[in-house]
Design a protein around this ligand. Structure first.
Ligand SMILES: Nc1nc2c(c(=O)[nH]1)N[C@H]1C(S)=C(S)[C@@H](COP(=O)(O)O)O[C@H]1N2
Ligand SMILES: [Mo]
Length: 276
């Protein structure tokens, strides 16, 4: 939404500046059509995009896919990374959700002292980032539904940086320090990501496919305003294909793992994936 994206299809006249939502919706439409056209509908889901990602660069990519690939790096990334996107809504439908869940938010937030700590997959070394580092990445905005397992859902307008952009810019998710390019995922990419609050009282695990999904954000704004402490200031996770339990507020540490990282609600009996 913050960057102009050109439509890859010259036959469809569209304004040059499309919203991110429109581009992603278009990608979704195209992907569905291509999948059906190619008889690949059965590959929907993670297996599907892994298969696509494992294809050689050029040979083997059917024409409609290649066309999109050539047209725009970001679009093709959105296109390839997942066969499914969470629905997006008109921004006018956005509301402020209740502050739900405050595990790990007990201490008062010292915004100036806050750092995002990331433990590199290969070396295990900790690297620290400021909020300014996160804001220096491309700003992505989206209006999606926050769904809680308690049975309520609210449409929210979020803004932040894609976790995939962060891990492409800072190559911490691979053993040998290569960027986590979702189009060409390195073989030494960590299979799992774990996140914890600074006090480690709340924690979630994500598979790498979900972590690199184009709608998975390191989020710093809700409905056009900086996050409040109750909603996860200064930085929270937003990943709208998952229930709210995975949207960890006040991220302190990110680490990578070979096996499923510990997960607060999975320990209490909920599904570890928590997709919907
Ligand atoms: N640190 C932390 N993050 C958390 C929780 C929590 O208890 N602690 N609860 C989760 C749950 S169950 C939901 S539904 C969402 C709610 O986000 P909100 O308070 O911004 O509406 O936050 C999630 N993130
Ligand atoms: Mo929730």
């Amino acid at each position: 939404m913050t960057e102009p994206i050109r439509t890859p299809d010259p036959l469809t006249p569209k304004p040059r500046q499309q919203s991110e939502a429109a581009v992603l919706a278009d990608a979704r439409r195209r992907s569905r059509r291509s999948f059906i056209g190619l008889g690949l509908a059965s590959l929907a889901g993670l297996g599907g995009w892994r298969w696509l990602l494992s294809r050689p660069d050029d040979a083997g990519i059917p024409h409609p896919l290649r066309q999109v690939l050539d047209a725009n790096g970001r679009l093709s990334r959105a296109y390839f990374k997942e066969t499914r996107l969470a629905p997006e809504f008109a921004r006018s439908r956005a509301r402020t959700p209740r502050e739900n869940g405050d595990v790990g938010l007990d201490s008062e937030l010292d915004a100036d002292a806050w750092r995002l700590r990331v433990q590199a997959y290969g070396t295990g070394k900790l690297q620290e980032f400021t909020l300014a580092d996160i804001k220096a990445l491309p700003k992505v905005e989206m209006t999606t539904e926050l769904k809680c397992i308690e049975g309520w859902s609210v449409v929210v307008h979020w803004a932040g940086a894609r976790l995939s952009d962060f891990l492409a810019r800072y190559p911490l998710a691979t053993r040998n320090g290569r960027p986590a390019d979702p189009l060409h995922p390195p073989a030494d990419l960590a299979p799992y990501v774990g996140m914890l609050t600074p006090d480690e009282q709340y924690y979630v695990g994500l598979d790498m496919a979900s972590a690199l999904h184009p709608q998975t954000l390191l989020c710093y704004e809700m409905n056009g305003q900086p996050l409040t402490p109750g909603h996860g200031a200064p930085l929270r996770l937003v990943t709208p294909l998952k229930y709210g339990i995975k949207h960890l507020k006040r991220i302190g540490t990110i680490a990578f793992a070979d096996t499923r990282p510990k997960d607060y609600w999975a320990e209490l009996g909920y599904d570890w994936d928590a997709g919907h």
